[in-house]
Design a protein around this ligand. Structure first.
Ligand SMILES: Nc1nc2c(c(=O)[nH]1)N[C@H]1C(S)=C(S)[C@@H](COP(=O)(O)O)O[C@H]1N2
Ligand SMILES: [Mo]
Length: 513
């Protein structure tokens, strides 16, 4: 084929990208309308998450934090766009090869959908969006390539044909917009409506008011109770599972005398308890943001397990979510005197969707990955020897109590203070044990006792403050360390996130003027 009759490469690339976009838009819109069916991009993303080596996940959390999901989706979309552009460029001269290429890319999405653990619909239904994506992409590619070729062949009347290509481009663009809008409107519509209709009853056992002096007076310190919108979010869910309370069921089974099934209504009718509990993520770096304190409303797990009757020999509970994520929790942590609960409320509201609506587990003293299952649907009483949970198949320990730690909230990095007002503070936590002392030091100076806020409970973090009375101008480093009521003091040895959480001291640089 001679080059003169070839369309420019960018027109081919555009045709390829638009064809893929049309397919993806269709698949995405249709997925949103089908209950429990992930979109093709999500399924590919989910596969990437589940296949990612633990090291890569550590890197992603470190680099992108809570933005790891948009970054992943962006990566999938960019890769797809690149491949589609290449297919389109080739398609100008070799349409058969371009078609085969797009079909192969599409089949990867179909395969990802076939094994997507987050799908709750039937397998057949789960394949519909990706199959549609392939079909629409191929059809759109064929149309765009033909239009493109005609545009070239009709060179004298090129203007007219160019208009055809433009029309095709606009048509496909419109499809993309419609797909996006439908998805954003219907993605979690059922859960949103369900949550809006829920009134939490007054708890039978209300949390006592926060004691005076718990919140210390330091400008810029994180609030003692973390607002829902500020509460950290960590999970593997690319799309928040759409789980309306109506139809939700919690199954308690395994090594029990009688299987128990509870509806959301059943939970509401049980005596509800309210407890402040500080959650912590194993991925929290020393001084990091993945820790938060909220008032949780729910039913104590020990009451539910008592109803089921735990058989002897069991030592664990495997919890599963609507998106088929799993955690393994020591039975003891769910039955001793801590306030482990199936929570349905967070800070006086039904659980926000991102935090597990309609119900989740909350267990004081254990990292979230071994205890805090959101969108909870299943509790299986079992033995650690008999199962592995999501993160324990990925190089994390099966048992993971929270390592006690402390954090400087003020100063922020490189904050400047006037010499007569160097007032600093932060939080320290040792869930189920309690904080005995917090010390700070400036540069390599002596450790000095910080002033502790009033203790709320041993299941929550504790604030601290310190004032540097004879502050010297210049650049300084503030370091903090905590001591628990068991008499253990934080080690300066740095441990990494994997396999069971970080250790080390938090330091922040600041300036006095
Ligand atoms: N279904 C589900 N539940 C989950 C997770 C998850 O990936 N999927 N992540 C856990 C982890 S690692 C943590 S730290 C907590 C975080 O809870 P939050 O997002 O409400 O702060 O949820 C836990 N529950
Ligand atoms: Mo976590």
């Amino acid at each position: 084929m001679n080059t003169e009759s070839k369309s420019p490469w960018w027109a081919g690339a555009l045709a390829g990208v638009l064809a893929a976009a049309a397919g993806v838009a269709t698949g995405t819109a249709v997925a949103a309308l089908l209950n429990g069916v992930p979109s093709p991009i999500e399924s590919v993303g989910n596969r990437a998450i589940d296949l990612a080596p633990p090291m890569l996940k550590d890197f992603a959390v470190e680099q992108f934090g809570t933005n790891d999901k948009p970054v992943l989706i962006g990566g999938v979309v960019a890769t797809l766009a690149l491949l589609a552009a290449v297919a389109g460029i080739i398609g100008r001269t070799r349409p058969a090869i371009a078609t085969a290429g797009v079909a192969v890319i599409g089949l990867i999405a179909v395969a990802a959908a076939a094994v997507d653990r987050t799908a709750t619909a039937s397998r057949a239904l789960t394949l519909v969006p990706s199959l549609l994506t392939v079909a629409v992409s191929l059809a759109a590619l064929a149309i765009l390539l033909v239009t493109l070729r005609r545009t070239r062949e009709a060179a004298p009347a090129g203007l007219l044909r160019r208009r055809d290509f433009l029309k095709a481009v606009i048509g496909v663009g419109a499809l993309v917009v419609v797909g996006g809008v439908v998805n954003s409107l219907y993605g979690t519509a059922a859960a949103v409506a369900s949550r809006a209709g829920i009134r939490l009853p007054k708890p039978a056992v209300a949390a006592p008011p926060v004691p005076a002096g718990t919140q210390v007076d330091v400008t810029g310190i994180s609030p003692y109770v973390t607002a829902n919108r500020d509460f950290y979010r960590v999970d593997t869910a690319l799309r928040i599972p759409d789980v309306p309370a109506e139809g939700w069921n919690l199954r308690i089974h395994g090594m029990v005398d009688n299987e128990v099934n509870l509806s959301f209504r059943d939970l509401l009718d049980m005596p509800l308890a309210e407890h402040r509990i500080t959650l912590t993520c194993v991925s929290n770096e020393v001084g990091g943001p993945y820790v938060g304190n909220a008032v949780w409303t729910g039913v104590l797990v020990k009451d539910l397990l008592e109803q089921a009757g735990v058989k002897s020999g069991a030592d664990a509970v495997k919890s599963t979510s609507a998106d088929k994520w799993t955690a393994g929790t020591p039975l003891e942590a769910l039955t001793d005197d801590r306030s482990s609960m199936v929570a349905i409320g967070m800070n006086g509201e039904p659980l926000p969707l991102a935090h597990g609506f309609p119900a989740r587990l909350v267990v004081p003293g254990l990292y979230g990955y071994v205890s805090a299952t959101k969108w909870l649907t299943d509790l299986e009483v079992t033995r650690f020897a008999d199962f592995k949970a999501y993160w324990t198949t990925r190089e994390y320990d099966a048992e993971a109590p929270i390592k006690f730690s402390s954090r400087i909230d003020v100063p922020k990095s490189f904050q400047t203070f006037p010499a007569d007002r160097v007032r600093v503070g932060g939080v320290a936590w040792a869930q189920t044990v309690g904080i005995e002392q917090v010390e700070v030091r400036v540069d390599k100076g002596p450790w000095q006792a910080a002033k502790l806020g009033t203790e709320d409970t041993v299941e929550t973090w504790r604030q601290w403050s310190w004032q540097w009375d004879d502050a010297t101008p210049g650049n300084h480093t503030l370091t903090v360390r905590a001591t628990t009521k068991d008499g253990d003091t934080q080690t300066s040895d740095r441990a990494s996130i994997r396999p069971n959480g970080t250790t080390g001291w938090h330091s922040v640089q600041f300036r006095v003027e």
